[in-house]
Design a binder for this molecule. Structure first.
Ligand SMILES: C[S@@+](CC[C@H](N)C(=O)[O-])C[C@H]1O[C@@H](n2cnc3c(N)ncnc32)[C@H](O)[C@@H]1O
Length: 350
């Protein structure tokens, strides 16, 4: 069904840029990977995130939420807003732990996921509130949380061709299959590459991704956060690591807990992701009015939240094995990063 819709579009308009293909595969109304009614995240789905590894991630984040509440002088209308909250596990784990008054907004585009979240958050019905999009949020003071949201934004793909021209990957359909074709790069794609990946411009065959949607997303988040913090968790690198001559792209697909590099199979049935360029994210966040207070590995960030009392609780709650999975390098500790962005604060505390 979705495959036919994409083929139809290509037949009508010609080859489409890769980001448009990815947008349709993930977000086409009702049949995209993230918009389907039968979407499952976790064991029965295609991938796990930190919030699926038991309650330890949310338990530790609840400590930071409480720190931020104190830092903001305990505002009356303190609000936590989570974007793309998946099954709602992170929200539940935070709300189970915090002992401060707060409102928790969940921004969810998929009605089926929203139903699952509402079931999982039943006992917190008095604090939780759902909206379909960021536009529907009232401006607030508090914390925005995005866990593995930015890697799910549609990316453009570029390739340096034989004559060292920077080209963009477009998707065509010929002889009954999707094929890629290289067309001249759009201006803003080229501008981005010159700024964040100048070292690869002359490497024939070099291929990687450009995520310009991050910029509009960070602008939208900034408009809604009056004062407080934006915490973005994701797998990614700084520009130098991302566009290292040996890397050649980070695009991956997840299907039933296996990884493949072919976005043209399982269309609408597999996740397609690309790592986050935190250098670009930081720059665009600062342009949008945020102050960058830190960029850490997930490990360093989570361990920084562990004072003696917190460690004791981890032991008492029997969370030590799960704690290892979120902080050790062989788990998510080093692959996953966090960027901590603040807005309109008088002083900084990290
Ligand atoms: C990889 S899933 C992560 C789910 C969850 N945060 C977790 O950790 O399990 C990415 C989610 O981000 C959502 N998303 C992407 N862009 C969004 C946007 N602009 N507004 C709301 N949700 C968005 C997707 O719909 C998807 O549900």
């Amino acid at each position: 069904m979705l495959k036919e819709i994409i083929i139809e579009k290509i037949k009508k308009h010609g080859p489409i840029p890769f980001d448009e293909f990815m947008e349709m595969a993930l977000y086409y109304p009702d049949v995209g990977y993230y918009t389907r009614a039968d979407i499952k995240i976790g064991k029965e789905g295609d991938f796990f995130t930190a919030s699926h590894l038991g309650s330890v991630f949310g338990f530790l984040l609840s400590k930071d939420v409480e720190n931020i509440y104190q830092k903001l002088n305990c505002p009356q209308d303190f609000t936590v807003t989570e974007l793309g909250p998946g099954m709602g596990y992170l929200a539940k784990d935070i709300l189970d732990e915090v002992s401060i008054p707060l409102k928790y907004n969940l921004v969810e585009i998929n009605p089926s996921l929203r139903d699952l979240q509402q079931q999982n958050l039943k006992q917190h019905f008095d604090k939780t509130h759902w909206v379909n999009s960021i536009d529907d949020l009232d401006p607030f003071t508090g914390v925005f949380i995005c866990n593995e949201v930015f890697d799910a934004l549609p990316v453009r793909v570029f390739e340096i061709d034989e004559s060292k021209e920077v080209m963009e990957v477009y998707v065509d359909f010929k002889d009954d299959e999707f094929i890629e074709t290289l067309l001249p790069c759009r201006k803003d794609t080229l501008q981005y590459i010159k700024e964040f990946a100048p070292g690869v411009l002359k490497i024939k065959g070099y291929r990687s991704e450009v995520n310009l949607k991050m910029k509009s997303l960070i602008d939208a988040l900034s408009k809604k956060l009056q004062k407080g913090y934006l915490l973005i968790f994701d797998y990614g690198y700084n520009s130098q690591e991302y566009y290292h001559p040996d890397r050649k792209g980070t695009l991956l697909c997840y299907h039933k807990h296996t990884i493949n590099e072919n976005p043209y199979i399982n269309i609408g049935r597999q996740d397609i992701t690309a790592h986050v360029n935190f250098t670009a994210l930081k720059k665009w966040a600062e342009e949008a009015g945020f102050n960058c207070e830190g960029y850490f590995s997930q490990s360093k960030y989570l361990i920084s939240l562990c004072n003696e009392a917190v460690l004791k609780e981890i032991y008492q709650k029997n969370l030590i094995q799960l704690f290892k999975r979120v902080v050790l390098p062989q788990g998510m500790g080093e692959s996953h990063k966090v960027i901590i962005l603040s807005k309109n604060l008088d002083s900084h505390f990290r």
